[in-house]
Design a protein around this ligand. Structure first.
Ligand code: COI
Length: 354
């Protein structure tokens, strides 16, 4: 049961769709639910406002917090609002909770929160084919306490933000700096959980790479700094002449929803694909011998982002210009076609919000 209290002064009419970037605007309402005494309590959807937090909240001090990211799309032809595989986000949130000793939100509770918030905010789902309503579920330890232990109280929030695409798609592709000093995750760590610490640890190396003229960091394994793991906040794919390869979900990599869709589409299209480790030497050699054709990142925020160059130590690896005839473009068109209701959803990936 969700109690809904609507705003009397919507900000929607003052929204200028031209100035929307990724994450700079939020909708009128948010979802809030508290956990204490061993259970989740009744939820509210209320006007978005700053909230009171105990300054000793364990989530602030020790990072006991997890989040998700998914989108609502407005159908290009039918104006219907669709979510894309929200059950996958629910499952991943549950797994992230498990890793960080946070009481899980049930799959049904998660889906009800998302569907109800989107239906309250339906007018905030942008009309542009290049924009969506991004949903940000967040779960954090709210108990004020200072010893290092799981908290006794938590908050589950969902925010909604109209967003534009994460990367500018008009350019030639992103320039990656393969990071050979810092790492994102190590075996046995939290790399597979969607938790803020995994993102905080990327700020310094990402900031350095931006200053050097790159767009994102290419994360390598923590031991040898040689095997590719992720590209910025995305999973990475490499298209060799005869197969497409992506690193396996070894525990250091986020199990991306878009990653899973890409693998399914490659199977459906009869393209050979492998989940295996790929070294920087293999990439450099394959580019030189011209049998590595493309690389692209895959993620909810970025969808499919083609890679133009990878810089690794003193080497600059440049991908060939294939124009628009790329696998990255085909995947982007297919995924967004399904999300915006233009292509039949033969995998039952979308959930219509009435
Ligand atoms: C997403 O793709 O939803 C992400 O989580 C990336 C986000 C951190 C910007």
């Amino acid at each position: 049961m969700i109690t809904i209290k609507k705003t009397t002064s919507s900000r929607l009419s003052s929204l200028d769709s031209m100035t929307i970037e990724f994450g700079n605007v939020f909708s009128d309402h948010y979802y809030r639910q508290k956990w204490s005494n061993g259970k989740w309590h009744e939820a509210n959807i209320a006007p978005l406002t700053d909230i009171l937090i105990n300054p000793a909240a364990l989530g602030l001090h020790y990072g006991q917090a997890v989040f998700e990211g998914l989108k609502a799309y407005r159908g290009t032809h039918d104006n219907r609002i669709r979510l894309f595989r929200p059950d996958k986000n629910a499952i991943r949130l549950r797994n992230s909770c498990e890793r960080l000793c946070i009481p899980a939100v049930s799959i049904d509770n998660f889906l009800e929160a998302i569907v109800t918030l989107v239906s309250v905010e339906h007018q905030w789902v942008p009309k542009s084919r290049l924009q969506t309503l991004y949903l940000r579920p967040l779960l954090f330890a709210s108990e004020g306490h200072l010893s290092v232990r799981p908290a006794n109280s938590y908050e589950f929030l969902v925010l909604a933000a109209p967003v534009s695409e994460y990367f500018d798609r008009s350019g030639p592709g992103i320039r990656l700096k393969a990071e050979d000093r810092f790492t994102r995750a190590a075996p046995g760590g939290m790399g597979a959980a969607k938790t803020g610490g995994n993102y905080a640890s990327t700020l310094r190396p990402t900031g350095d790479s931006l200053k050097q003229g790159f767009d994102q960091v290419l994360w390598l394994d923590s031991y040898e700094h040689n095997y590719v793991e992720e590209a910025g906040q995305m999973n990475i794919f490499l298209r060799f002449k005869d197969r497409v390869v992506t690193p396996p979900l070894s525990g250091t990599i986020l199990p991306g929803v878009t990653r899973e869709c890409v693998l399914t589409l490659l199977d459906e299209w009869g393209l050979r694909r492998e989940e295996r480790r790929v070294s920087m030497e293999e990439i450099a050699e394959a580019i030189e011998k011209k049998y590595l054709l493309e690389a692209f990142g895959a993620g909810t925020a970025a969808v499919i982002a083609p890679v133009k160059t990878i810089s690794y130590r003193s080497a600059n690896i440049e991908f060939p210009d294939l124009g628009r005839e790329t696998l990255a473009q085909r995947l982007y068109d297919e995924l967004t076609g399904i999300q915006y209701g233009e292509i039949p959803d033969r995998h039952q990936w979308t959930v219509v919000v009435e």
